[in-house]
Design a protein around this ligand. Structure first.
Ligand code: ASP
Length: 326
């Protein structure tokens, strides 16, 4: 029988209601496995209890540890795949980080739940079962890091939580799903993988995401510059446009060798230098801003952080962003 490692990190999937009826961490990795009838007929499992917290705690230091843990597990060539149970809130960040740092053809599947383990119809057990099916399937190799919930299989590159509570919460927008775990068999449609990989660094540089809003000035950017930011991500409007008063802060950051990445608050599409009014995306490009190529703000923050471990040249970092997708 194939061997699969389940790395439990926490999230609602591993929570139960306390006396006041609110969800708190409660379930170990072993208990998660035991909640899935028949799962031991799919594979031999080894459990790693990495953490048991809500995913708002998954800070960069934890991501570095998680990536190193996955790398260590894969030293054993008998392991067919790894399942990582995680909170839905930041699962897309962690999956993306591993996609950028793990070079191995074997499947890594993140899964989670919207309904905790004390709900009579928790979605956790079914999601774990489907993740196990993916982990032992030869066709799941070479598809990059995946996120699977509610039967759907997504690439780490584009997946995004869309609904705060519904079990049908994840979407990859225009990019779509890469597979589907139907009841009779798994279907794989395509794969979406990063073309660029990083070594796992020892430290993660401070990168601050900033939300653009109408009427804002440059003071938040100046605050970041003066408080140790090594990189800044600005979630702009539409094609990558910001309030005119933000230009001064952006110019100041770039002059101080702090790269600025422009993302969009739109869920699909790329930012592109097409407007040349003050604050327009074309001017930001001329100042030296990096355009995110459709990578979300949360993920751009991680990608910029990893890129900064190699260079702080804006043109080189732009090439890295371009090469993720091209
Ligand atoms: N707040 C939870 C978390 O991200 C949500 C979940 O797991 O679905 O840990």
């Amino acid at each position: 029988m194939k061997k699969v490692v389940i790395v439990a990190t926490g999230g609602t999937i591993a929570m139960k209601k306390d006396k006041s009826g609110k969800s708190i961490p409660a379930v170990s990795g072993e208990e998660l496995l035991d909640s899935v009838p028949g799962i031991r007929e799919i594979a031999d499992f080894e459990v790693v209890n990495f953490s048991n917290f809500a995913s708002c705690n998954m800070k960069p230091e934890n991501l570095l540890k998680l990536a190193n843990k996955v790398k260590d597990i894969f030293i054993n060539k008998d392991i067919s795949g790894i399942i990582i149970t995680h909170g839905t809130d930041t699962i897309e960040d962690s999956a993306f980080f591993l996609e950028l740092t793990i070079l191995d053809s074997r499947p890594i599947i993140f899964t989670a739940a919207q309904r905790d383990a004390s709900e009579f119809d928790s979605d956790g057990p079914r999601n774990i079962r489907n993740a196990a099916r993916i982990a032992v399937d030869e066709r799941a190799k070479n598809r990059g890091v995946m996120v699977s919930l509610n039967e759907k299989i997504f690439s780490a590159l584009y997946v995004n939580k869309k609904h705060t509570s519904n079990v049908e919460t994840f979407s990859s927008g225009d990019m779509g799903i890469i597979g589907y775990a139907d009841i009779d068999r798994l279907l794989f449609y395509n794969s979406q993988k990063s073309k660029f990989k990083f070594d796992i660094p020892d430290n993660f540089p401070t990168v601050i995401p900033i939300l653009a809003y109408t009427g804002m000035d440059s003071s938040i950017v100046e605050f970041c510059i003066n408080n140790g930011a090594k990189g800044i991500v600005i979630e702009a409007f539409g094609r990558g446009n910001v309030p005119p008063e933000l230009e001064d802060g952006i110019i100041m950051a770039i002059e101080r060798q702090i790269p600025v990445v422009i993302t969009s608050r739109c869920h699909s599409g790329r930012v592109l230098p097409v407007y040349s009014y003050k604050g327009g995306s074309s001017r930001l490009k001329d100042f030296g801003c990096i355009f995110s190529e459709g990578i979300s703000t949360a993920k751009s923050r991680l990608l910029l952080g990893l890129a900064l471990t190699k260079t702080n040249s804006c043109s080189k970092i732009q090439k890295i962003f371009n090469s993720i997708i091209s």
